[in-house]
Design a protein around this ligand. Structure first.
Ligand SMILES: Cc1cc2nc3c(=O)[nH]c(=O)nc-3n(C[C@H](O)[C@H](O)[C@H](O)COP(=O)(O)O)c2cc1C
Length: 182
């Protein structure tokens, strides 16, 4: 089984990208995590280009379609999702309803340096993914003060948060297994 990991941060030392990479250590055996690195290369969404969006968008859609599930890890900018991540979801959502997200198992977690751990961004992202037709796991994992609460590998230092991440990953794998059977 292959899970595609998408971080909403373009920052080199991103807490969210570290968290995403570290999540691979908590996946059940036999499940691989592939981290997608193409966010910066996507053009801004343009409805005029919907049917011929160019190679970056085509490759992105194909990568998502080839994955059994997608794990999104998002920062929060001004109480919402980073624009570049919303842009990516908008590209994936078309053509609607037969798009790369349709029925695809997805989960969302997030980290921020603020107290509330990107909770509004996670909420907004789950809503957009749901609207686009993905099979969204509803649990959230807000990791606040990420500069202090992630260890050197990028995993939460707090046992409960680490356990919560593991539970979300297991639920995502279960959704994906159900989708394979069904
Ligand atoms: C433009 C901007 C807006 C931000 N807005 C929020 C916010 O609304 N809530 C929050 O918790 N953190 C906010 N932050 C702080 C981010 O959580 C912090 O920069 C975080 O490290 C970004 O994630 P990253 O480390 O994965 O790049 C903001 C940061 C920037 C640059």
């Amino acid at each position: 089984m292959r899970i595609l990991g998408i971080s909403g941060s373009l920052r080199r030392d991103s807490h969210n990208t570290r968290l995403l990479r570290a999540a691979a250590h908590l996946l059940p055996s036999g499940v691989e995590l592939e981290v997608w690195n193409g966010l910066r290369d996507l053009p801004p969404f343009d409805e005029d280009l919907e049917s011929d969006p160019g190679v970056a968008v085509e490759a992105f859609r194909a990568t998502v379609e080839a994955a059994d599930a997608v794990l999104f890890v998002t920062p929060e900018y001004n109480a919402g999702i980073p624009g570049q991540l919303k842009n990516a979801v908008d590209w994936l959502s078309r053509p609607y309803p037969d798009n790369a997200l349709k029925g695809r198992p997805v989960a969302v977690v997030g980290a921020s340096t603020g107290l509330f751990g990107a909770i509004w961004a996670q909420d907004q992202l789950r809503k957009a993914l749901q609207f686009a037709g993905a099979n969204v796991h509803e649990e959230e994992l807000p990791i606040g003060q990420a500069h202090e609460t992630l260890d050197e590998r990028g995993l939460p230092v707090d046992d409960d948060q680490r356990q919560a991440l593991e539970t979300i990953l297991a639920a995502l794998v279960e959704l994906a297994e159900g989708a394979k059977v069904g």
